[in-house]
Write a protein that binds this ligand. Structure first.
Ligand code: B12
Ligand code: SF4
Length: 537
C-alpha cells in the first residue's frame, strides 16, 4: 500500500526514545500533518527508501548534542545528493543558543528553529505546504545572502498540558526484561549552573522558565504507556524534577496520591533527576513508596571552590547528606561528577577523590567522573573565552587549565581510566547492573538469592572503585612530584576485563536462578510477547 507523502520527517538520535522529536511529531499530527521520525543511524539510503519517492515538505534535524553538527550536515548533503528537495530545518539546544555558529557551520540548511519548537514547526510546515513565505515566522533564523537573519524568539509553551502526548511509534527499551520509556513532568530549571545550557535555553526565550504539568495528566500519560506498551519503568527526563520548596512538595504529594489511587505505585517504578537539596527523608520516603527507585543528581564537585566555579549553589556537605539519605531509604542513585573543571589543581583532585570515596567507597554505585566541557550557550564558555582559555571547536569544545601540568596529567589520565569511565566501561556496567537489580527487587516479588547477589555486586563495586580512585590518587601524586612513570595500561585493561567477566558471571547466575519469575514479569509487562532479562554480554 502506498501512503500519502510525508509532510515532515524528523531525523535525530533515538536512544531511549527522543522526547523532543516525539513532542514535535505529536504537535504536527494533531494539526493533520503526516510525520515520521527516523534515527540518523539508519543511514541515508534506508531513510530515503521510506520516503517512497517523495521528498517530505520539511525535514527537521534534532541536534541533541553539538558535537554531531558536522555529521548532521554531511547527512543533509547526502540527502540532497539523493534528490531530496525538502525544506531543511534544525532545532535543539545548540542550534537555538548558537544559531549563528550553527548556520555558519551548516550553511546549506534553510532555517533553524530556536527554542521549544512545537508551534514554530507546525507553522513552518503549513507555510511550506501553502507555498507561502516562511521567512517572517517567529522563532526561526536563516541565512540571507550570507547574513544571519534572526526573527523574534517564540514564547515558551505556557501550559505543557495543552500539548498532545509525545508520538512513540517504537518498542520501549528494556532493563531486566522490563519495558522502560521516558516521560516529562516539567520543563525548565530555576538554577544557573555555569556549565549548563538548560537554564540559558529556557531563560533566553520569552515566557515562564519552569513549567510543571498537572499530576493527573502525568499519571494519565503513564497509564496510557502502561496500557499500550506494558511500561513498568518510567524515566522522568525533567531537567530538575519539580520538588522545589513548599509548592514542589505539594505537587509531589499529589503525584504520589494519584499514583497510589491508579494502582501504578504498586505496578510501576520511576526514576528522576533533581538537585540534592530537595532530598529530605520524609519527602523521599513518600516518593519511594509511590515507586521512586532511582535518583540522578548532578553532584559535580566535592570542593567548595569547584562548586563555586560551576555555580552549583550548594555545599559539598549538603550533596553528601542527600546521598546518605538515599542510601538509608534504599533508593538507588546515579550522579554526575566533574573531577576536572577550569579551577582544577592537584589539591582539588585530591579533595575530590576523598569526596568520591565518602560517596561511593562503600560500593553502592560505580565511581565515575568526567571533565567539564564548555558547551555553546553556557556562561562558563563565555567566561573562558574572556580569559583567553577557550580551545577546541564545535565538536570538541575545550579549555586550558591554569596549572599547565594539569593539561598533561588529564591527557594521560583519560587514556588510563577509559576502561572504567567510557560509556560501556566497568563503572557504568556495575551501576547498570545495580540499578537493574533494584528494579527487579521492586517489581518482581519472590526472587531467590537476592541478598547474596546484592552483597556480591556491592563487593565488586567497592573493589573496582577503590582500584580506580587509588590509581588516580597515586598517579596524581607522583605526577605532581615530577615522577614521569605512568601506570601500566595493560594491567588496568586486564583488571577491568576480568571484573566485567566476573560481573557477567554473577549477574547471569542470578538471572538463571530466577528465570521463570523474570520471564513471567516480563510477559505480564509486555503485551506483544515475553522478553527475558537479557544476558550481560
Ligand atoms: C534525555 C536526555 C538524554 C537521553 C536521551 C536522548 C534523546 N535521544 O533524546 C540520553 C541519556 C540517551 C542522552 C544522551 C546524551 N546526552 Co543528553 N540529554 C537529555 C536531556 C536530559 C533531556 C532531553 C529531552 O528529552 N528534553 C525534552 C524535550 C521536549 O526537549 P528538547 O529535546 O530540547 O526538544 C525541544 C527543543 O529543543 C526543540 N527541538 C529539538 N529538536 C528539534 C528539531 C526540530 C526540527 C525542531 C523544529 C525543534 C527541535 O523542540 C523540542 C520540543 O519543544 C537533555 C537536557 C534537556 N533539557 O534537553 C540532555 C542533553 C540534551 N544531553 C546532552 C548531552 C551532552 C548528551 C550526551 C552527549 C552525553 C554523553 N556524553 O554521552 C549524549 C548524546 C546522545 C546522543 N546520541 O544524542 C546535553 C547537550 C549539550 C549540548 N549543548 O550539546 C544536554 C542539553 C544536557 C546538558 N546540558 O548537558 N541524553
Ligand atoms: S545543571 Fe541541573 S540544576 Fe544546574 S542549571 Fe542545569 S538543570 Fe539546573
Amino acid at each position: 500500500m502506498t501512503l500519502a507523502p510525508l509532510d515532515v520527517a524528523l531525523i535525530g538520535y533515538q536512544d531511549q526514545g527522543n522526547l523532543g522529536m516525539g513532542y514535535l511529531a505529536a504537535a504536527a499530527h494533531v494539526r493533520g500533518h503526516r510525520v515520521e521520525m527516523f534515527d540518523i543511524r539508519d543511514g541515508v539510503d534506508r531513510i530515503v527508501e521510506r520516503f517512497e519517492g517523495h521528498s517530505p515538505l520539511v525535514i527537521g534535524f534534532s541536534l541533541i548534542f553539538q558535537a554531531f553538527l558536522p555529521q548532521f550536515r554531511k547527512f543533509a548533503l547526502e540527502l540532497r545528493a539523493a534528490g531530496i528537495v525538502s525544506h531543511f530545518t534544525m532545532g535543539g539546544h545548540f542550534a537555538s543558543l548558537c544559531h549563528e555558529e550553527a548556520l555558519a557551520h551548516f550553511p546549506e540548511i534553510n532555517s533553524v528553529v530556536r527554542y521549544e519548537g512545537e508551534q514554530t514547526l507546525v507553522e513552518l510546515v503549513e507555510r511550506v505546504k501553502a507555498r507561502a513565505d516562511w521567512r517572517n515566522l517567529d522563532g526561526i533564523a536563516y541565512l540571507d545572502a550570507g547574513n544571519v537573519v534572526t526573527n523574534p524568539a517564540r514564547a515558551l509553551v505556557p501550559d505543557l498540558d495543552s500539548l498532545p502526548f509525545p508520538y512513540r511509534p517504537y518498542e520501549p527499551e528494556r532493563m531486566g526484561g522490563l519495558a522502560t520509556l521516558p516521560v516529562l513532568a516539567s520543563r525548565g530549571c530555576a538554577r544557573t549552573c555555569s556549565f549548563c545550557s538548560i537554564h540559558t535555553f529556557y531563560r533566553t526565550a520569552p515566557g515562564k522558565v519552569v513549567r510543571v504539568r498537572k499530576p493527573a495528566k502525568v499519571v494519565e500519560e503513564m497509564l496510557d504507556l502502561e496500557r499500550k506498551y506494558g511500561v513498568r519503568v518510567f524515566l522522568f527526563q525533567d531537567d530538575d524534577f519539580p520538588l522545589w520548596k513548599a509548592v514542589g512538595r505539594r505537587w509531589a504529594t499529589e503525584l504520589a496520591a494519584r499514583l497510589h489511587e491508579s494502582g501504578l505505585a504498586e505496578r510501576a517504578i520511576w526514576k528522576i533527576s533533581c538537585r540534592a537539596e530537595y532530598v529530605e527523608p520524609e519527602l523521599f520516603a513518600m516518593l519511594r513508596d509511590a515507586g521512586l527507585f532511582l535518583v540522578y543528581m548532578g553532584i559535580e564537585s566535592g570542593t567548595e571552590a569547584g562548586l563555586d566555579v560551576l555555580h552549583k549553589q550548594i555545599s559539598a556537605e549538603r550533596n553528601l547528606e542527600a546521598i546518605e539519605t538515599l542510601k538509608r531509604l534504599g533508593i538507588a542513585f546515579g550522579y554526575g561528577f566533574m573531577l576536572f573543571d577550569p579551577s582544577t589543581t592537584f589539591e582539588s583532585i585530591r579533595e575530590n577523590l576523598h569526596f568520591l570515596r565518602k560517596m561511593v567507597g562503600d560500593g553502592t554505585a560505580g565511581a565515575v567522573f568526567s571533565r567539564m566541557l564548555p558547551y555553546g550557550g553556557t556562561p562558563i564558555r563565555d567566561q573562558l573565552q574572556k580569559e583567553g582559555r577557550l580551545r577546541g571547536d564545535i565538536t570538541r569544545p575545550d579549555y586550558v587549565f591554569l596549572d599547565p601540568r594539569i593539561n598533561d596529567f588529564h591527557r594521560q589520565l583519560v587514556g588510563l581510566v577509559r576502561p572504567w569511565v567510557h560509556g560501556e566501561g566497568l563503572s557504568y556496567q556495575l551501576s547498570y547492573v545495580v540499578d537493574e537489580f533494584e528494579m527487579i527487587c521492586r517489581l518482581v516479588p519472590g526472587v531467590t538469592g537476592g541478598e547474596a547477589y546484592r552483597a556480591s555486586l556491592k563487593a565488586l563495586t567497592r573493589q573496582s572503585n577503590e582500584r580506580l580512585l587509588g590509581l588516580v590518587e597515586h598517579f596524581a601524586e607522583s605526577f605532581a612530584a615530577g615522577d614521569p612513570s605512568v601506570p601500566d595500561r595493560d594491567e588496568i585493561s586486564d583488571y577491568c576485563e576480568t571484573s566485567i567477566a566476573r560481573l557477567r558471571e554473577v549477574r547471569n547466575q542470578f538471572v538463571a536462578e530466577n528465570v521463570y519469575l523474570l520471564r513471567d514479569a516480563s510477559e505480564a509487562a509486555c503485551p506483544s510477547g515475553p522478553v527475558l532479562a537479557p544476558q550481560v554480554h
